[in-house]
Design a protein around this ligand. Structure first.
Ligand SMILES: [Zn+2]
Length: 234
């Protein structure tokens, strides 16, 4: 019986840890938002892992459809492609912090986690002239020390309401996933990069965005940056 009880406890502890690290709504390792207010018919498109060589094509599509978005950028990518990072900012999009080198934080030290976000914060500020107020953990995985890093850098954690799995799905499936998960105040997670990889193929993402925007507009949704979605007066 003791063995069974211990096994159940270990299973429950493991499930709780998985929830704490991964679940968009979990706040165990630090406060995060995963959606905006549900009273307005607005949503936010977010793109992680850029800037990349492929980001400019996405910017063209967003400009063509006149949609603002939020880009959670990696500091190392910003240093590698400063002109692209500046283009994102110049186009009026919001830039958030997605760590410097896109590591998985599980089992890393609080110092390591804070240093990752601090380096990215400095790189983004230096290159674009704007300091992010939002951060998103690489792989959405938070860990011990994440809360302290957020507090010391004064960054609000942002997860997502719906994630498109756009790094492995085709445009049709990405669109279907997002439409299934959409509602007022939704934060949609897509990608304009693949970690620190050069020349990532994001054609399915761009095609999904091209189709999604008119579909969502037809349902009455408008598009905002994450900060606009969370604080409608800004
Ligand atoms: Zn990422």
């Amino acid at each position: 019986m003791v063995g069974i009880a211990a096994g159940v406890t270990a299973t429950a502890a493991s499930a709780f840890l998985t929830y704490s690290v991964r679940a968009p709504s979990a706040a165990v390792f630090g406060a995060s938002v995963y959606r905006g207010g549900q009273e307005r018919r607005a949503v936010a498109l977010t793109f992680d892992d850029g800037p990349s060589e492929s980001t400019l094509s996405l910017l063209e599509e967003l400009a063509r459809q006149q949609v603002p978005a939020t880009f959670f950028q990696c500091g190392a990518n910003v240093e590698r492609l400063p002109a692209v990072a500046r283009e994102v900012r110049a186009a009026g999009h919001e830039i958030g912090n997605h760590s410097h080198t896109h590591p998985l934080f599980c089992f890393r030290s609080p110092w390591f986690i804070e240093t990752e976000f601090r380096r990215a914060q400095e790189a983004i500020l230096q290159v674009t002239g704007a300091a992010p107020s939002l951060l998103r953990a690489p792989f959405g995985a938070r860990w011990f020390g994440f809360r302290r890093a957020q507090r010391r850098l004064r960054l609000l954690g942002v997860m997502w309401t719906v994630i498109g799995y756009d790094w492995r799905l085709e445009a049709d499936s990405i669109v279907a996933r997002v439409l299934r998960g959409i509602s007022n105040g939704a934060i949609i997670c897509l990608h304009d990069g693949r970690g620190l990889r050069t020349n990532p193929d994001i054609r399915e993402t761009i095609e999904a965005v091209r189709r999604l925007i008119p579909r969502l507009r037809a349902c009455g949704y408008s598009f905002e940056t994450v900060s606009q979605l969370l604080c409608p007066t800004t």
